[in-house]
Design a protein around this ligand. Structure first.
Ligand code: SUG
Length: 428
């Protein structure tokens, strides 16, 4: 058994999961804006995905959803009274603000932080740099609480270094691990960290990740020379709806799977990646269009190393349902590379807001022994997943229509669900 593992921390879908079209450049979010959501079903889907990873023999963790609507934020903005009174005032005076403070977007934990593995960092610790999520207001409000949560979960400072969000955020857009790929001979060996960033806006849709943010992460973690590679994301990929690099590329150990149009200069990117690590399997997919990549989220699969050797792709159902995307998967499986299995999961609720299997998880490579330094309340077994499913069944709203976000009933229901989850975690 390897002494170095990767733990996936999935975000539990929150009780206010809804479709508010808050993310320009995210095609699914725009398309589904205004439709009714199913928070309970979406949370159960996510938990089932976590269960599948456990059944593969992998270590699985979770992060709780942040409390929404964020009534504490409303207080900081001058809304007065009890949490419900603050929400009521905001609903009257600035409903668009209340909607932004009601998003369950903290579920996409690939955007919680950038993680630098222990073998790559200057001090041998795992480094987590909290993402500032500066580009979208509903996401920027996550950052401070995410920092506090990460410090709580990764509590052993001899093993983990948790950094606050980069500031000034507006000038250092940072969306975390969604724009970072690590290549290495194995999780436990020294690797190369690929930071993919967006150049200045090239169309209607914003690029969210700045090059400077990646440079700061590299410095903060003490990356060794040669331990970092900076690649510009293709402007046309961003304009096609790849608002994060993980919509068009994914890497794991010796494999990089990417769309032919993912990088600004594809040939140069391939040459640089190959030069950075001998023995790399570069799997370039050109049989499907960028629009199909965005629609199916083929590249937002999780690519995980299996305990028995080889790797598996954890794919969204939308890939299986799409002829050309599925044909690409079959070619990957037949090819000369470590990918052995394709496992299909259903995370439809999250997908409809542009969050696939890989968006829902923060991967944290660590020495197995470092698990002792993680708060066990955030590590899962199948029995603990059963417990969370029962909780979600009881407390998560069945449906949310956009207008519900402005009603006291929903604030009360969401608050009760968050209280129940807090008690559940405290009772662990
Ligand atoms: O930031 N969607 C998220 C999806 C994040 C996906 N994460 C990764 N690719 N790693 C976003 O755009 C939509 C919310 C709404 O429209 O209601 C949203 O925030």
């Amino acid at each position: 058994m390897s002494d170095h593992i990767e733990v996936n921390f999935d975000g539990l879908v929150g009780p206010t999961h809804n479709f508010a079209a808050l993310s320009p450049g995210n095609v699914a979010s725009a398309l589904n804006g205004g439709s009714e959501s199913q928070p309970r079903a979406a949370a159960i889907e996510g938990l089932e995905k976590m269960r599948q990873l456990i059944r593969l023999g992998l270590v699985q963790g979770f992060f709780p959803p942040q409390r929404r609507p964020a009534a504490d934020r409303l207080a900081a903005l001058g809304f007065g009274g009890s949490p419900a009174e603050r929400c009521a005032q905001a609903a009257r005076e600035d409903p668009a603000l209340l909607v932004r403070l009601s998003s369950a977007s903290s579920m996409w934990t690939a955007n919680a932080a950038t993680v630098i593995a222990a073998p790559d960092s200057g001090d041998g610790r795992v480094h987590l740099v909290t993402a500032n999520l500066a580009t979208m207001m509903h996401r920027a409000v996550e950052a401070d609480e995410t920092f506090a949560m990460l410090a709580r979960v990764f509590r052993d400072s001899a093993r983990f270094a948790v950094h606050p969000p980069l500031r000034p955020a507006r000038h250092l857009g940072d969306e975390g691990a969604a724009n970072h790929m690590r290549i290495a001979p194995a999780h436990g060996a020294a690797g190369v960290n690929i930071f993919v960033y967006g150049e200045a806006q090239q169309g209607d849709f914003p690029a969210r990740q700045s090059r400077r943010a990646g440079e700061a992460v590299a410095r903060l973690a003490g990356l060794k020379p040669g331990g970092a590679l900076f690649l510009p994301q293709a402007g046309r990929a961003v304009q096609a709806g790849a608002f994060h690099n993980d919509v068009v590329a994914v890497a794991n150990e010796t494999v990089v799977l990417f769309h032919a149009d993912a990088f600004e200069d594809g040939a140069a990117a391939e040459a640089q990646m190959s030069a950075a690590m001998p023995g790399l399997h570069l799997i370039r997919i050109d049989g499907i269009g960028l629009d199909e990549a965005v629609k199916t989220y083929l590249f937002n699969s999780q690519l995980v190393s299996l305990p028995e050797g080889g790797a598996a792709l954890i794919l969204p159902r939308e890939v299986k349902d799409h002829g050309r995307a599925w044909a690409a998967v079959e070619r990957i499986l037949a090819g000369d590379n470590p990918v052995r299995r394709a496992i299909v999961v259903d995370v439809r609720g999250s997908m409809r807001n542009g969050g696939g299997p890989a968006c829902l998880r923060l991967r944290v490579p660590m020495p197995r022994a470092a698990l002792d330094g993680v708060d066990p309340a955030f590590l899962l077994s199948e029995a603990r997943i059963d417990g969370l499913q029962a909780l979600v069944d009881r407390w998560w709203p069945d449906r949310i229509a956009p207008a519900d976000l402005l009603t006291p009933d929903l604030w009360a229901a969401a608050g009760a669900a968050s209280d129940a989850l807090e008690r559940h975690i405290a009772g662990h």
